[in-house]
Design a protein around this ligand. Structure first.
Ligand SMILES: Nc1ncnc2c1ncn2[C@@H]1O[C@H](COP(=O)(O)OP(=O)(O)OP(=O)(O)O)[C@@H](O)[C@H]1O
Length: 315
């Protein structure tokens, strides 16, 4: 658990972060969102002590970070930044192995870990381990950045606009990867973005910041349904809320289940239980279908979802 208590950071006379209180529970993904300059990165960098706070307390599992050795603290906090910060003269494998090497893990353990992480991040070790960062695409480099942050299995992951420089398709695929990885490894994560859609997609809770303050800290659903101010309402997009709420809802919530799953026919049209209902509706509208098959994780047809049901209960 990470707790920020009345934390302030000044730069000269200006206040970048203004007496914020924030609790991030173990295993949750807290997304800090807000416009440029509102204090998101400064907040993140105070947690791993890249920046000292001017006032207030930051506790990690009850312990004040200022009482911890900063190197030790950072070894337990993976840090991913935009543009990756990979060392250009080191191979992918060496970049990922950076922290385990600092921790003096035996070579076999490091090699096995690099392999495991590359596989987790959908990078073929045989094809990429010996490349240099400039030989990778932006999306691959960002995956290496995430693998490096996870290498020594830290409890906490700090991510500062990690997907900000990527094109929309690569960004979407890394967001999906992140959701999948988070289900497997469940790190306490603080994620900075200025993209509200990214925040809604990835967060268990969102902290909306404006001018150094947290103006709402709540679940994506509550941020959409009950924005605390006009600022938040504008941030989430007043007119678009219905569709955004649909994006938060998995198909499994609104589907009609078959009594028992049927074998899925090869190439059959449908959506997955984990897909969101906005996607299901979009496919049905595009293909002019009143209903569509739903498949479970095993590829069996587990039920159907209808257009009508989505319209009635979608948002
Ligand atoms: N090293 C610094 N020296 C002086 N002012 C700084 C420094 N770092 C940040 N600031 C100021 O503090 C405020 C908050 O900056 P911060 O980088 O935390 O914002 P942000 O929300 O992360 O913005 P962005 O999305 O643009 O990265 C800004 O006004 C910025 O100019």
């Amino acid at each position: 658990m990470i707790e920020l208590k009345k934390v302030t950071r000044r730069f000269g006379d200006s206040v970048a972060v203004d007496r914020i209180n924030l609790t991030i529970e173990t295993g949750e993904v807290c997304v800090l969102v807000g416009s440029s300059g509102c204090g998101k990165s400064t907040t993140l960098r105070m947690i791993n002590r890249l920046l000292p706070s001017s006032e207030g307390e930051i506790l990690v599992d009850g312990e004040d970070v200022t009482s911890m050795n900063p190197q030790q603290l950072r070894l337990n906090m993976g840090y991913v930044i935009q543009g990756t910060g990979l060392f250009p003269h080191w191979t992918v494998a060496r970049n990922i192995a950076m922290v385990p090497r600092l921790l003096k893990w035996p070579k076999e353990r490091i090699d096995a870990r690099v392999d495991e992480l590359m596989t987790l991040l959908d990078l073929d070790p045989a094809a990429h381990a010996h490349k240099y960062p400039q030989q990778l695409s932006g999306g691959q480099a960002q995956r290496v950045g995430v693998a490096r942050a996870l290498a020594a299995d830290p409890n906490i992951l700090l991510m500062d606009e990690p997907f900000g420089a990527l094109d929309a398709i690569t960004r979407e695929s890394l967001q999906q990867e992140m959701l999948r990885i988070q289900q497997q490894v469940r790190k306490t994560t603080v994620f900075v973005t200025h993209d509200i859609d990214e925040a809604l997609k990835l967060a268990t809770r969102i902290a909306v910041m404006d001018q150094g303050r947290i103006i709402q800290h709540d679940t994506p659903e509550n941020i959409l349904r009950r924005p605390a101010s006009e600022f938040v309402e504008n941030l989430v997009g007043k007119q678009d809320r219905g569709l955004k709420l649909m994006s938060l809802r998995p198909v499994r919530d609104l589907m009609d289940r078959h009594q028992s799953p049927k074998p899925g026919a090869a190439g059959a049209e449908g959506v997955k239980e984990d897909d969101n209902v906005r996607l299901a509706l979009s496919v049905m509208l595009w293909q002019d279908l009143p209903e569509m098959a739903v498949f479970n994780a095993q590829g069996q047809e587990s039920g159907v979802i209808t257009r009508e049901r989505i319209i009635q209960g979608g948002a």
